[in-house]
Design a protein around this ligand. Structure first.
Ligand SMILES: Nc1ncnc2c1ncn2[C@@H]1O[C@H](COP(=O)(O)OP(=O)(O)OP(=O)(O)O)[C@@H](O)[C@H]1O
Ligand SMILES: [Mg+2]
Length: 450
């Protein structure tokens, strides 16, 4: 485990020199300064894990130094004070303020080493949240779309380039993959952003009601139409309409939709005045529209009108690299919304999150974290707070496969390793645990089998 130390030296003289030499000899990366300002700078710019600081620094007392690091500079870093004699009360105060430990000169180097390693161990339980946050802000963000995986970077790129253009877009993807979020991002990054963004869930209404939702109706056009009503297309004029679950639009309504898309005009239900609108259409579906076309349930001409640009949102299980980033994003978001103070998750929790298949995709991940954060008693999410179904003991779809009795053992081994690696999201150390073999053995076999 690589370990980067920062020494913030005080008046200990020889003692500090000896500590420096000792840790360098042990192969640690040792940064060194005697200035508090310089210490903050190093902490902001270098991947420091542990700080060894003199309790009596010039210009600032140890407690204030510690408080500043924990509050604003690098909350994750652990601080160990090394000092000449100080009153016991000061040492106690330092520990209360969050110091990891307090050692007096002359130092016992072996003991100090053990303490440093322990502090690092505790720390590595946390996903390095600060680091992740920085990445979210800097590179991977378009609107609120989080994702660093190749497929998501591709999505973000396309969203960026089509948003300002006045083209219709079809969003395809499983439930919870972010279709509505992307539709929002497109609208709010387009020249129409100050105009309405109107959403219609086409699966939520029966045929008659859907038509009057979309196109409005005149007074008395049907029983119950006691007054004239504007439809969503009229309300969206100048802006964007988001037609969610487009695959559920019944055939009659599809004809009317096609006309709005082609001619930009329609009549209200029960009316004969032709109404002109300028509306950008973003449609979404988690069904296979091509199949619906083949079975005669969806009009091909409408499909081509909607599908000027098609964006396919990949399921979460195909981009596990995004999980850590999303976890960090949701922890921050929920901390803010609910006034929680969760700092991170344990390694074990992360491994469970990586191994799970996420049929409900990002929404399911967000929900799992939300419930775990509500249950967590400390500032770390431990695995036991995750929903029970996430635990590895639970068999999931795809965990069973058929093995013909005449299959050579070598082939069986290869299949099992391949599936387990998939299940573990490519995490070899987790996969080796699941298989009950050593990491090295797994690495060797994986290489052998390609
Ligand atoms: N890449 C992402 N970054 C940040 N948040 C995301 C991302 N993808 C999805 N989410 C969040 O996950 C939740 C579900 O997303 P959304 O409602 O857009 O999914 P959907 O594809 O419309 O699902 P459904 O088909 O069930 O309607 C939302 O809270 C959304 O903000
Ligand atoms: Mg949706």
């Amino acid at each position: 485990m690589g370990l980067n130390l920062l020494l913030v030296e005080g008046e200990g003289g020889m003692e500090w020199e000896k500590v420096r030499a000792y840790f360098r000899k042990k192969g640690f990366a040792v940064y060194q300064t005697a200035s508090v300002k310089e210490a903050y700078r190093v902490l902001r710019n270098e991947p420091i894990h542990i700080v060894l600081a003199d309790f009596r620094l010039s210009g600032i007392n140890g407690i204030s130094f510690l408080a500043k690091i924990k509050k604003t500079v690098r909350p994750q870093v652990e601080v160990i004070f090394l000092s000449g004699r100080v009153p016991l009360s000061a040492a106690i105060e330092a520990m209360k303020a969050g110091a990891y430990d307090f050692h007096e000169f002359p130092l016992n180097h072996r003991l100090l080493m053990a303490v440093v390693e322990k502090a690092r161990e505790k720390q590595s339980l946390f996903v390095e949240k600060v680091e992740l946050e920085r990445k979210v802000r800097e590179r991977f963000n378009f609107g609120n779309i989080v994702g660093r995986s190749k497929p998501m970077q591709h999505v973000i790129e396309i969203v960026g380039s089509v948003a300002p253009k006045n083209v219709n877009i079809l969003l395809a993807g499983e439930t919870g993959t972010g279709k509505e979020m992307i539709a929002n991002a497109i609208h709010y990054n387009s020249p129409r952003s100050s105009k309405p963004f109107i959403k219609v869930n086409c699966a939520a209404f029966n045929e008659g009601v859907l038509e009057s939702e979309l196109f409005g109706h005149e007074k008395g056009s049907f029983t119950g139409a006691i007054s004239k009503r504007l439809g969503r297309f009229e309300l969206a004029n100048g802006g964007t309409i988001f037609l969610d679950e487009i695959g559920d639009v019944p055939p009659q309504t599809q004809i009317k939709l096609l006309r709005v898309l082609q001619e930009k005009e329609f009549e209200r239900v029960g009316g004969n005045e032709t109404i002109k609108v300028d509306v950008r259409v973003i449609a979404a579906t988690n069904q296979d529209l091509k199949k619906l076309i083949d079975s005669g349930k969806f009009r091909e001409d409408l499909y081509y009108r909607l599908n000027v640009v098609r964006l396919e949102l990949p399921p979460l299980r195909e981009r596990k690299e995004d999980i850590a980033l999303l976890v960090s994003y949701f922890i921050n978001k929920l901390n803010e919304e609910k006034d929680y103070r969760i700092k991170g998750i344990t390694k074990e929790t992360m491994q469970l999150l990586l191994a799970y298949r996420w049929p409900g995709n990002v929404r399911e991940l967000e929900n799992a974290l939300e419930s775990a954060m509500a249950l967590a008693e400390k500032d770390v999410i431990e695995a036991r707070y995750l929903p029970a179904f996430l635990s590895l003991a639970q068999p999931q779809n795809g965990d069973h496969y058929h093995i013909p009795i005449d299959l050579p053992l070598r082939e069986i081994e290869r299949e099992v390793i391949k599936h387990t690696l998939d299940r573990a999201g490519g995490n070899k150390s987790l996969a080796s645990k699941l298989l009950g073999i050593g990491l090295r053995t797994l690495q060797r076999k994986a290489k052998e089998f390609q």
